[in-house]
Ligand binder design. Structure first.
Ligand code: TYD
Length: 205
């Protein structure tokens, strides 16, 4: 998106327990931005979220999961993200297209390219100005999540989570101008200082 009055669009990405929800909130507060998330950033999205993040296995097949994530995103972009940007507000989202590429494309093995194309169609090609990827070690992530996962995806096996981590690294390497890889280790304040520095350098915000 271009155009003088438009706000900037920033996405936080990372595996479970990386601290991105906390950092997304802190950045949105600092910028006075609209804070939102996927899946579930709209009323319809909340219903979709109930299906894709059901507490137990509900028989949802991988392709249906990918389409529901894209449907959530289409609703979110059309009714929340684009209107806010057009109003000149910055938007900070907790997860966006890279999550689908990582979890459904590479994690579930549906293919990164087709899943990315599906989301680009769903959003009419809305790309973030900046993607902040928070990285933490497996041990740190496990300590923060605390034992077993809360939903279908958190309970998925280690193989899925390793594929997700590799996917994020590959996506960041392929598009270094849009992506910033930030060390998510340490205290909330330490990570926040790293995020603020990246946002200042990349977006002058
Ligand atoms: P959530 O409870 O929002 O927490 P967190 O982002 O802190 O993990 O979980 C969102 C889950 O949905 C997470 O397991 C990743 C998954 N997800 C996908 O698989 N594909 C997607 O496109 C999105 C947006 C999320």
């Amino acid at each position: 998106m271009t155009g003088g009055a438009d706000g900037r669009f920033i996405a936080f990405e990372g595996g479970e327990g990386c601290g991105k929800s906390t950092q997304a909130r802190l950045l949105a507060e600092r910028l006075g931005a609209r804070l939102t998330r996927e899946p579930g950033g709209t009323a319809i999205g909340a219903e979709i979220r109930g299906i894709v993040l059901a507490a137990d296995d509900n028989g949802l097949v991988d392709r249906a999961e990918a389409l529901l994530m894209a449907a959530d995103r289409a609703q979110h972009v059309a009714t929340v993200v684009r209107p806010a940007l057009a109003d000149g507000r910055h938007v900070v989202t907790d997860r966006y297209i890279p999550s689908s590429v990582a979890y459904q494309g590479d994690g579930r093995g549906l293919g990164a390219d087709v899943v990315r194309r599906l989301s680009l169609w769903a959003t009419e090609d809305l790309q973030p100005d900046l993607v902040v990827l928070l990285t933490v070690t497996d041990a740190e992530a496990r300590a923060r999540i605390g034992g077993t996962g809360r939903d279908r995806l958190e309970k998925a096996g280690a193989a899925l989570h390793e594929a997700v981590a590799r996917s994020y690294a590959a996506q960041a390497a392929a598009d270094p101008e849009r992506w910033a890889v930030v060390d998510g280790g340490g205290t909330v304040a330490e990570v926040q200082a790293r995020v603020d520095a990246v946002v200042a350098t990349r977006l002058a915000l």
